[in-house]
Design a binder for this molecule. Structure first.
Ligand code: FES
Length: 108
């Protein structure tokens, strides 16, 4: 995703997302979860592509999140589906921090 095609929107103050916590938001009707894993932030769509279950509370294993419902896995960097029963990728979003605020990169 090229940087010039992104619009960064402010979503929260950094204090709202402590280390190893998750923040659930909705942007234009799309549920999104932002994870703070040991200080690195990841943002992905919060809907599993297998059966539309919520994904954001899933266990994280390495760089993947595991859907709590049937165990599909998705890469936290790219949103790529890496294990059945999901075969379709989920959205992933770049995240940046500036002046104590968290910004999410949304494709224009
Ligand atoms: S809803 Fe996620 S694996 Fe089935």
């Amino acid at each position: 995703m090229a940087q010039e095609n992104l619009e960064f929107i402010e979503i929260a103050n950094t204090e709202e997302l402590p280390v190893n916590e998750r923040l659930f938001i909705e942007y234009e009707g799309e549920p999104i979860v932002i994870l703070n894993l040991a200080g690195t932030l990841y943002a992905i769509g919060d809907v599993c592509t297998h059966d539309s279950g919520p994904l954001g509370d899933g266990e994280v294993l390495g760089a993947e999140i595991i859907c709590p419902r049937h165990g599909a896995r998705f890469d936290l960097h790219s949103g790529k589906a890496t294990r059945a029963p999901a075969f379709q990728d989920i959205p992933s979003y770049p995240v940046k921090i500036e002046k104590g605020k968290i910004f999410l990169g949304i494709k224009k």
